[in-house]
Design a protein around this ligand. Structure first.
Ligand SMILES: [Zn+2]
Length: 398
């Protein structure tokens, strides 16, 4: 038996006036997704437990079969794992964004999608100046890591920068009742501005009319999580295919094989075809392949309707289509199609809404659903379920 779980990050949406009150999934040309819905069973999945933040980390952990309420300690530690940074007992791993600050406002949560090469030079400068406070590790694009050896700091209240674009920075600094670590880390974020602005990278970006990476933003912190591997928990070996660090980090803790795809950027320009090909190539050696595509989520954050529709169509034609062509080579298989969460264009951030999912395979008896979208899945035979039960349901054949 082969299982493919195809995750279109943030694909689900709300009806949009610009689309005649349809969602991007309802408007996109996606014959393969519709075939999966038509030939399979459909329903809604609650991917984010009540009371937790609807982050991709929480949602993907749930989809992979681990109840986030039990296993999730923060986004930082997952990204640390993906970067090969092992956390010691006292380490708290913070996600460190490069952001663009403008006149006290958080202007851009990703510093104009700064390149990894530029970013690594800035990380080097930060370590040189602030190495006595903690350690910075360079990741991909605007997404980096800061290790702080003070376990108490894992309880500080921090804010995801993509949720406060256009807001006053001073309103969202780290808050904590009588905790000295909050003021140390707030000062670090503010002091980073002086160091970053004087770097050649930023001078060049400004000269080229690009947004400077003129501040760091610390958030999503936590200690190393304790979890059993996917093999131990479910008796299956698996692989991930993703351009996003935190999904790879989940893969590391779960003992999954993180397959790197050249050209997988975690953005609009990701190489969809390569992802499809690598997923197919991974099938002979793995029981489960999780294929995660970030692009629709980025389009949701950007409020870009046409990029979101395009992202869905690219996933459909270049990833899902080729996978559906080759899956019948295996005696038995199940393909699951879903987003991890909604990233509606109208709110430009993740929401708690249950997401539409479809499961298709030779052993699955189809329900009456014809198309893959939010409304259709609600009418499916599976009803509403919790995402962390998905793997067990796949194993029991639905
Ligand atoms: Zn996501």
């Amino acid at each position: 038996m082969k299982y493919v779980v195809l995750i279109g990050d943030g694909m689900a949406d709300y009806p949009l006036e610009e689309l005649n009150n349809k969602t991007p999934l309802q408007v996109a040309e996606k014959p393969n997704m519709d075939e999966v819905a038509h030939k399979g069973v459909n329903g809604m999945l609650q991917t984010v437990p009540q009371g937790m933040e609807p982050g991709s980390d929480v949602a993907n952990l749930a989809i992979m079969g681990y109840d986030p309420a039990q296993y999730y300690t923060g986004r930082g530690p997952l990204e640390a794992a993906s970067m090969g940074v092992d956390l010691s007992e006292n380490d708290v791993a913070f996600r460190c964004n490069f952001i663009t600050e403008k006149e006290g406002i958080l202007d851009d949560f990703n510093a104009g999608h700064i390149t990894s090469t530029e970013a690594s030079q800035l990380i080097h400068a930060l370590n040189h100046s602030f190495g006595d406070i903690g350690t910075f590790h360079a990741g991909i694009s605007y997404r980096h890591l800061f290790l702080y050896k003070h376990p108490q700091s894992s309880h500080l209240k921090t804010t995801p920068p993509h949720d406060i674009v256009g807001e006053k920075i001073e309103d969202y600094l780290i808050s904590s009742e009588s905790d000295g670590h909050a003021s140390i880390l707030n000062k670090l974020m503010q002091d980073s501005q002086n160091i970053l602005l004087e770097q050649e990278v930023n001078k060049n970006r400004l000269a080229e009319g690009k947004k400077p990476a003129n501040m760091i933003w610390l958030w999503g912190q936590g200690p190393k999580p304790q979890m059993e591997t996917f093999q131990e928990k479910y008796g299956l070996n698996g692989a991930t295919i993703t351009g996003v660090d935190l999904i790879k980090g989940i893969g590391v803790y779960l003992g999954l094989n993180n397959i790197s795809v050249p050209g997988a950027t975690g953005y609009f320009d990701t190489d969809y075809k390569a992802k499809g090909k690598y997923a197919i190539d991974a099938l002979p050696d793995h029981d489960v392949v999780f294929v995660h595509v970030e692009a629709p989520d980025e389009a949701g954050h950007a409020g870009d309707i046409s990029e979101k529709i395009k992202g869905i169509e690219e996933i459909d034609s270049k990833i899902l289509g080729p996978i559906l062509d080759c899956l019948p080579d295996y005696n038995d298989f199940m393909l699951t199609l879903l987003p991890d969460h909604a990233t509606p264009i109208s709110v430009k951030t993740h929401t708690m809404d249950p997401v539409p999912y479809a499961v298709y395979g030779p052993g699955v008896k189809a329900d009456a659903v014809e198309k893959y979208d939010e409304d259709s899945a609600e009418k499916g035979s599976l009803g509403l379920s919790k995402a962390h039960d998905l793997i067990n349901k796949l194993l029991s054949g639905f």
